[in-house]
Design a protein around this ligand. Structure first.
Ligand code: ADP
Ligand code: MG
Length: 302
């Protein structure tokens, strides 16, 4: 069967039977990063993401921006676990005709993001390739009691997002975005979200992952979803590449977070709906309270 007949996430599900199992592996496939025992107090987080020319970025995009993004998407996955990024290795597939100065530009971007988030680039691999390929693997750390998985959302929890969604690719926001490490750290230190993910595939798909892993459903209030300029709800649900955090909080903590944001405006948190009991069902509620079920699916590579 060709991968295209399976869908990206069905394919990944099939690969789960090859995953490592050891007492040190708390979570392998199925979250934003793998969670591994590090010491008594902390977990090691481990994630990787790959960008390919022509698919993830087009000609004419500065390689500094591509480098920045290649690091930032990984940093965003560490943030989604509640952690702090630490060390990265960077592997590149380089077309013969690409000048070395262009690769340096790529590294200038990688380093910009690495420096901004305290990441050390400590190695990698270089091969020849038809298309430019950049793969970053990133280690991070999180205190054991501050780890947030996709799987902890409970009925009654409120759903939040850290910023407006949609139109990221068209606007170019998908390149120079700021991974939400500060927001994530603030949340795990003071509010302990029950579930969290970074929005890379569109709200419907990303919230869908939380629903799948948590065995719950959600109702999203149409009027509450923050939208980027010129974007409709459909864009917020499907466009992807926003890299905002989507997270859930028990209702009492949700109230406290909303109170807090009224006093302190250093972060933005938008309450957009709630978790319900019906497994994997996603509903959009209009201003009249009418609910419409939608597929919990966003962008998929195939
Ligand atoms: P994200 O969008 O947060 O980077 P992905 O959708 O890329 O996450 O991946 C979801 C999960 O599947 C992660 O746990 C990731 O490590 C795992 N995964 C993705 N591709 C593979 C693969 N080829 N082999 C093993 N695990 C994979
Ligand atoms: Mg992610």
């Amino acid at each position: 069967m060709r991968p295209s007949h399976l869908g990206e996430f069905q394919l990944i599900d099939r690969l789960k039977r090859f995953q490592g199992a050891s007492p040190r592996v708390l979570k392998a496939i199925g979250d934003d990063a793998a969670v591994l025992a590090l010491d008594k107090k902390r977990y090691q987080l481990f994630t990787t993401d790959m960008l390919i020319a022509g698919l993830h970025f087009s000609r004419g995009i500065s390689l500094a921006a591509v480098g920045y993004k290649a690091m930032a998407v990984n940093v965003s996955d560490i943030a989604a676990m509640g952690g702090r990024p630490a060390f990265a290795v960077v592997s590149i597939g380089v077309p013969l005709k690409l000048p070395a100065a262009e690769i340096e530009k790529l590294y200038y971007g990688l380093k910009m993001c690495a420096d901004a988030f305290g990441v050390g680039i400590v190695g990698g691999d270089t091969v020849r390739s038809d298309k430019l390929i950049i793969n970053v693997a990133l280690l991070g750390e999180v205190e054991r009691d501050r780890l947030v998985l996709r799987s902890g959302a409970n009925p009654g929890d409120r759903v939040f997002v850290t910023g407006p969604l949609g139109g990221s690719l068209k606007s170019g926001r998908h390149l120079w975005f700021v991974p939400r490490v500060k927001e994530a750290r603030f949340l795990v230190e003071h509010f302990k979200p029950t579930a969290m993910i970074d929005a890379s595939d569109g709200l419907a798909g990303d919230l869908g992952h939380i629903l799948k892993e948590s065995g719950a459903g959600a109702v999203i209030d149409e009027a509450k979803v923050p939208l980027n300029r010129g974007v409709t709800l459909a864009g917020a649900l499907k466009d992807g590449e926003d890299f905002e955090l989507v997270f859930t909080l028990p209702s009492l903590k949700a109230k406290k977070l909303i109170q807090y944001t009224k006093v302190n405006r250093s972060f933005r948190f938008f309450e957009i709906g709630e978790i319900v009991a019906s497994p994997r069902k996603l509903f959009i509620r209009d201003v009249h309270g009418r609910k419409k079920e939608i597929e919990p699916k966003g962008f998929e590579h195939f």
